[in-house]
Design a protein around this ligand. Structure first.
Ligand SMILES: Nc1ncnc2c1ncn2[C@@H]1O[C@H](COP(=O)(O)OP(=O)(O)OP(=O)(O)O)[C@@H](O)[C@H]1O
Ligand code: SF4
Ligand SMILES: [Mg+2]
Length: 368
């Protein structure tokens, strides 16, 4: 995806759709399904990080769970080095897990509380490499602890004896134990205090530099994702509305929703901060005041799902879902602004939104 790397993707998700059946209620019609992921495609190059951002409920974890084979997929394919791993048969699960590992938000529930670190991490080594419990295996666990910045004394520790940051490092060590090519990190640092969060992020970055592991790094904190990612994808109501080189997207987003998210990042310069806050206030402001709620994932509109919050929506936006088109950052954007009306042709949307804000009242829905 990025034009700065000559590497080719080794992992890709192609046109993924995941729907959840809504619970039916007695004597009522079966409600429509929750459309959690809608036609999402992304690819990851070896040793690089793809960051996935979006508001709560946008479908980020569902993408992770689909890759990890934890939810049923309605349509789409997942490939690893050209091999279809959409539905890994039970006999091949171990081989898949040796290449794709996960680090999740809550290490307390994902680590077995009755085992010491030597067993938690060591069992992964036994499962994947057949090394039995003992001195050799302990040495390998110690080396992994060293990798995540922990001393060998933690071999004897139980999860409940460790802090949140230490437990998350153990989760990372356990994932690294099988020498994976890809780690899915879903809100892996979100529950940690800011200073511990940056320590864990530094561990992830150092490990990547040393081992060449790739990450799918999922978080709702845009600054953390910016710090971590080479490429970034922005989700809104199950759609990937923009993806491409992280730095170029943060500098000049092509999608109004991405601009809205970025406008919410605190800026050190108070003048810039005030401008961004003013810009953010134009999103979703209805003519009578108040902020528009996003549509329900069980009842998505036929047009763009961001239409009722978009300050520059056009008539076509209510009628047709925009298809992905090339963006200036070398990636893609799903927005009619780039193909209809002003035809931004993939360029940054920021100046266009600002010019519209000056020439028409917020939320008038009459950008062109
Ligand atoms: N098992 C399920 N059954 C029904 N609906 C589900 C299920 N899991 C997720 N959903 C719905 O799918 C949508 C996407 O949820 P998901 O957890 O993937 O979002 P997310 O972006 O990870 O949110 P967050 O930032 O809060 O973690 C939401 O509307 C959620 O309510
Ligand atoms: S301009 Fe239209 S297509 Fe683009 S984000 Fe706004 S409503 Fe959606
Ligand atoms: Mg989630």
């Amino acid at each position: 995806m990025s034009d700065t790397s000559s590497s080719r993707p080794f992992f890709s998700v192609n046109d993924l759709h995941v729907h959840f059946a809504a619970r039916s209620r007695l004597f009522r019609e079966t409600p429509p399904p929750v459309k959690a992921v809608n036609g999402l495609s992304l690819s990851i190059e070896p040793g690089r990080t793809f960051g996935l951002v979006g508001e709560s409920g946008s479908g980020k974890s569902t993408v992770a769970r689909a890759i990890l084979q934890l939810v049923d997929i309605k349509a789409g394919t997942i490939t690893l080095d050209g091999e279809d791993v959409t539905n890994v048969p039970s006999g091949k699960e171990l081989a898949f897990r040796s290449r794709v590992q996960a680090v999740l938000q809550d290490p307390f529930s994902s680590l077995n509380q009755v085992h010491q670190t030597r067993t938690i991490v060591g069992d992964a080594i036994t499962r994947h490499f057949g090394v039995k419990a003992g001195a050799d295996r302990d040495n390998r666990v110690s080396a992994l602890l060293d990798e995540v910045g922990m001393s060998p004394e933690f071999l004897d520790h139980y999860p409940y004896e460790m802090s949140g940051g230490q437990r998350q490092r153990i989760s990372i060590a356990r994932a690294l134990a099988v020498e994976p090519d890809l780690i899915i990190a879903d809100e892996a640092t979100s529950a940690l205090d800011v200073s511990i969060q940056s320590q864990v992020i530094n561990v992830l970055k150092r490990v990547q530099a040393e081992t060449g592991v790739a990450y799918l790094f999922i978080a709702h904190d845009l600054e953390v994702v910016k710090h971590m990612s080479d490429d970034v994808g922005v989700m809104y109501l199950g759609y990937l509305v923009e993806k491409g080189d992280a730095e170029r997207i943060y500098d000049g987003p092509a999608h109004p929703y991405t601009e809205m998210l970025i406008a919410s990042i605190p800026m050190p310069n108070p003048v810039v901060q005030a401008e961004r806050r003013a810009l953010r206030q134009t999103f979703g402001t209805q003519p009578g005041g108040g902020i528009a709620e996003p549509p329900s994932p069980s009842n998505l509109p036929k047009g763009c799902p961001f239409e009722n919050r978009c300050p520059v929506a056009m008539d076509i936006c209510r009628e047709e879902m925009p298809e992905p088109t090339p963006g200036h950052h070398g990636g893609e954007v799903r927005c009619h602004l780039h193909t209809s009306g002003p035809e931004l042709g993939g360029e940054s949307v920021v100046h266009f939104i600002e010019s519209q804000k000056l020439s028409s009242p917020a939320g008038s829905g009459s950008a062109v």
